[in-house]
Design a protein around this ligand. Structure first.
Ligand code: BGC
Ligand code: NOJ
Length: 795
């Protein structure tokens, strides 16, 4: 067995890291409302309020050398000059003990050296705009201990992009204020900003630093701050350059003594008329309030208990006891948790995404919905309305929008053929979960233009119509810039490395580029849309006709003999056909066409699934396409830009494996469905070194069988994979599927699952289900009714 870096503690709902030198930083997220933090297992990372680009609080250098430099550091300097950190980094002094526990919205890091223990609990209190760093120092030895303690954070000057693009300005704008033990960062406050940050502590300090060069020394790294080495703070006041915040304490601990310090890293927005105090300094009233709310251990512990209580009550909405520990911990804890994180972050800020590039994806955010709608239906409601408001009147949509402004992103624009259908997908999922049909009457504008409001239902209508009216020569949907596969750019034909594959269409006009993935998605979501219309007692006839026509088009022009084609290119040539030299078969169309059960009665689904298993499967999951492209194809775009086995060129997308799993489940091929699920589910990961990224959350992509190192994960955390696996495991494997008026129970689990208990909150009802499975399959329907229902179901 390969080296392990940690283990699950299911009872505590934590992942415990026992070796700090993980193969990649293994991170966690703090915060759930609008103040968010990324924290690695060595205390690296940063925080921001609402928007990782425009309201960045701590500075961070992504992808730096060494990896993961910068964060919230505590330095302990011993009498003999040794300097160490409880999280090992940045000094990397050998510790006698180290443990990092990533929990639900908190991280606890504990380091110990020669009997001195330092433990930091990091969390964002519910509803508050601050990080708490509760530092507990314990002398476990028999002799008194004298040492010096330094805290350290580095401020980002708010706009995280300017840090890279226009730092000449930043080197002159930095400003701080110091008041007792609180170090304020107020860059640009003199002009248009009404916000500031601060780092305070609930004890009198023996010194401080606010200027980075004075603290570190210009030529020193975080691992060797000159003031820490010297054991003395500089009391520096930053004027421009790089403002930081560091507190300094001389500490004496008697044998057995324990001392707790509470640091508050806060963010405040002031009303315009309360910006300044009479002396011209910043109005600190709100900061004082925040500091006072967390100035004692008792207050902090109460806030922490409240955080735990909130998470427990959220996760308790869906709990399973299946007899399979891996399945249970994904469902009960980590898959739900990751879905909440993708709700909060979309694809913006991770250790693979800078937080300054992408906003909220139209497609991504709709898919994410199916992962969190059962947890926070009210926020899912608002999310749907926000997303729909970025749609254009003709049904097309901005591909992305910015969370701060909720406006569509002009830089990316529109033109992705699949986008409109995801609004149908997300909204139907919301309706099934909540029964809140009133949302369909909500007035929602087009492109956020006042006066253009129409009921949300009309947005669904134009979404469907848009795709139905943009068909190519085979009656299949035109792909536009790309479909779900951002890298299948069939109208791009780029020869200029400075062009974006996603936003460039060098050929348009008479494009014949059609997508079988969108075709399958159209049939699947079209049927859902039709059943919604019927439920509303509206005419579903035209929708069903368009769906039937699409099914026919797929059967006529989308079947390659043993599997579904992937696309037709600009010239009408086949993509994903046995006639191609490379890229003969793709996962997306096998997934969506088998989910839509196209040609099932003639064996098409079984054959497509067999082909996927035979040609795409590997030890680590199903790869996206085979054979991988070995050279650049301008007519296919970015997909062929990746080396074989990586990303969209035959990587294992943990996001689209679930489509095959659902297809397998619906085809009654339960063992295959389960086998595919286990390969991509992180709880089953055996080789942590190879997998590289966090073993408790999904990553977007695992290197495929053609790659140099098959099985190596990348792009953890922010991926539609979380929602799709949640949807798949709960609705298709466990088979607890919300419908407009109840729950359909239709498990697809291998024969060894005999008794499965599910606790499921559904609307204002609670269902405690015990499923007795005989391995033969079966289905039953439980009509929704409020109250607590305890049911034994034999299937
Ligand atoms: C691709 C990237 C692309 C991105 C856009 C990713 O999956 O691999 O190259 O820029 O999607 O959304
Ligand atoms: C990541 C993007 O966020 C998502 O929208 C897309 O579907 C996948 N990449 C696949 O290309």
């Amino acid at each position: 067995m390969s080296k392990r870096y940690g283990h699950f503690d299911d009872a505590a709902r934590e992942y415990v890291i026992t070796d700090p030198a993980t193969p990649w930083p293994w991170i966690n997220y703090l915060g759930c409302e609008d103040f968010f933090s990324l924290v690695s297992n060595t205390a690296g990372g940063y925080c921001f309020c609402r928007d990782a680009k425009f309201r960045r609080i701590l500075r961070y250098r992504y992808n730096g050398v060494p990896m993961d430099a910068g964060g919230r550091y505590f330095y302990l300097r011993e009498e003999d000059g040794t300097v160490w950190n409880p999280g090992w980094k940045p000094c990397k002094t050998t510790l006698d003990a180290y443990e990092c526990r990533h929990g639900m919205g908190y991280t606890r890091i504990r380091g110990e050296r020669q009997g001195l223990q330092a433990e930091v609990l990091f969390f964002v209190p519910p509803g508050r705009r601050c990080e708490i760093h509760k530092l507990t120092l314990t002398n476990k030895g028999n002799a008194a201990r004298d040492f010096r303690l330094f805290s350290f954070v580095e401020w980002c000057l708010w706009n995280a992009a300017t840090d890279m693009e226009n730092f000449q300005r930043n080197l002159s704008t930095g400003e701080v204020e110091i008041e007792g033990s609180t170090l304020y960062h107020k860059t640009e406050y003199r002009e248009r900003r009404d916000h500031y940050a601060f780092y305070g502590v609930n004890a009198a300090v023996d010194g401080f630093d606010t200027d980075r060069e004075s603290f570190l020394g210009l030529y020193n790294g975080f691992d060797a701050p000159q003031n820490v080495l010297a054991g003395q703070a500089g009391n520096s006041v930053a004027h421009g350059w790089s403002p930081v915040a560091s507190h300094f304490f001389r500490i004496h601990l008697a044998p057995g003594e324990r001392r707790t310090l509470i640091f508050v890293l806060g963010y405040v927005e002031n009303p315009a008329d309360h910006k300044f105090a009479p002396d011209g300094s910043i109005d600190k009233t709100r900061a004082h309030g925040l500091l006072a709310d967390f100035d004692s251990e008792a207050k902090v512990d109460a806030a922490f208990s409240e955080l735990k209580r909130r998470w427990n009550s959220l996760l308790d909405r869906f709990q399973v006891e299946s007899g399979c520990a891996e399945l249970d911990r994904m469902v009960d804890i980590w898959n739900q948790y990751q879905c909440m994180v993708t709700f909060n972050m979309s694809r913006s800020a991770s250790f693979f995404e800078s937080g300054i590039g992408r906003g909220m994806g139209f497609r991504d955010s709709n898919q994410d919905l199916v992962g969190f709608v059962h947890l926070i239906p009210e926020r899912a409601r608002q999310r749907i309305l926000d997303i729909a408001a970025t749609q254009f009147a003709d049904g097309s949509c901005y591909h992305q929008y910015q969370p701060l402004t909720r406006q569509g992103n002009d830089g990316i624009g529109s033109g992705f053929g699949d986008d409109p259908l995801w609004l149908l997908f997300g909204t139907v999922a919301y309706l099934k979960e909540t029964g809140d049909f009133g949302i369909l009457d909500e007035p929602v504008p087009f492109d956020n233009a006042p006066g253009t409001e129409v009921p949300l239902l009309e947005h669904l209508r134009v979404s469907f119509r848009h795709v139905a009216q943009h068909l190519g020569p085979h009656g299949l949907p035109l792909i536009g810039r790309a479909d779900w596969n951002d890298c299948l750019n069939l109208n791009c034909f780029s020869h200029d490395p400075d062009e974006s594959f996603q936003t460039t269409e060098n050929k348009t006009g008479d494009s014949q580029a059609e997508s079988l993935m969108i075709a399958g998605l159209f049939v699947y979501t079209g049927r859902e849309y039709a059943s919604l219309l019927r439920h509303l007692k509206l005419d579903a006839g035209p929708v069903l006709q368009a769906v039937a026509a699409m099914e026919q088009a797929i059967r006529t022009s989308g079947w390659d003999g043993e599997w579904f084609l992937r696309a037709y290119d600009y010239q009408g040539g086949k993509v994903g056909s046995h006639e191609n030299a490379e890229g003969q078969i793709f996962i997306e169309s096998q997934g969506w066409c088998t989910m839509a059960r196209i040609g099932a009665e003639d064996g098409l689904c079984d054959r497509a699934l067999d082909s996927a298993k035979r040609l795409l499967d590997s030890d680590y999951g199903l790869v996206l396409n085979q054979p991988a492209y070995t050279c650049y194809h301008p007519e296919l775009g970015e997909i062929s830009s990746y080396p074989e086995g990586y990303k969209e060129n035959a990587g294992i997308f943990c996001h689209n494996n679930p489509w095959i799993i659902i297809g397998e489940a619906l085809a009654g091929r339960t063992d295959d469905a389960w086998e595919h699920y286990c390969k991509i589910s992180p709880a089953f990961v055996d080789d942590q070194q190879l997998h590289k990224v966090e073993p408790y959350v999904y990553c977007q992509m695992v290197a495929g069988k053609d790659a140099f190192r098959p099985g190596e994960g990348k792009n953890s955390w922010l991926t539609g994979t979380a929602a799709w696996n949640w949807h798949t495991v709960t609705e298709f494997l466990l088979g607890i599927r919300p419908c407009f008026d109840g729950l359909r129970i239709e498990p697809h689990l291998p024969a060894r699952f005999r008794t499965v208990k599910v606790h499921r909150v559904f609307r204002d009802a609670v269902y405690d289900l015990t499923l007795h499975l005989d391995g033969q399959g079966g289905s039953t329907f439980i009509p929704y009714s409020p109250g607590h229902h305890t049911l034994e179901i034999v299937l």
